[in-house]
Design a protein around this ligand. Structure first.
Ligand code: CU
Length: 121
């Protein structure tokens, strides 16, 4: 009986150690319909404002926001919500209508190909 206890305790420790090492940093991607460099700054700022987000890099070419975050503190849904709140569609979450209405005109063409329209691109 004692032997089994010992094995189980060791197994529990090994399992805990394994999950600890993986839990810290997780990679993820969200599609965000931004357009220009101005959008990039805002999208990344919004994502980084979420507690637990370590890095957030958005690409105007792929429309992908590449993330590294602590999954203990946050998740893709929370980060998507933060980005949607400033007026962009983020993954499954639709853009906040009021915030989107306030975006500069060139930044609203998210899914079209006129990314050259924005002045600071
Ligand atoms: Cu823009």
């Amino acid at each position: 009986m004692k032997g089994i206890f010992k094995v189980m305790t060791v197994a529990a420790f090994v399992f805990a150690a394994m999950s600890f090492s993986n839990v810290e940093a997780k990679d993820g991607k969200i599609k965000v319909n931004g357009v220009c460099g101005m959008c990039k700054t805002k999208i990344e700022k919004a994502a980084k404002s979420v507690k637990g987000v370590k890095t957030a890099v958005w690409s105007a070419d792929t429309k992908e926001l590449t993330l590294n975050y602590n999954e203990k503190l946050t998740d893709i849904t929370k980060i998507s919500q933060a980005v949607a709140k400033i007026g962009y569609d983020a993954g499954e979450i639709k853009a906040d209508k009021d915030a989107r209405a306030k975006l500069p005109a060139c930044c609203k063409g998210g899914n079209s190909s006129h990314k050259g329209a924005c002045s600071d691109k």
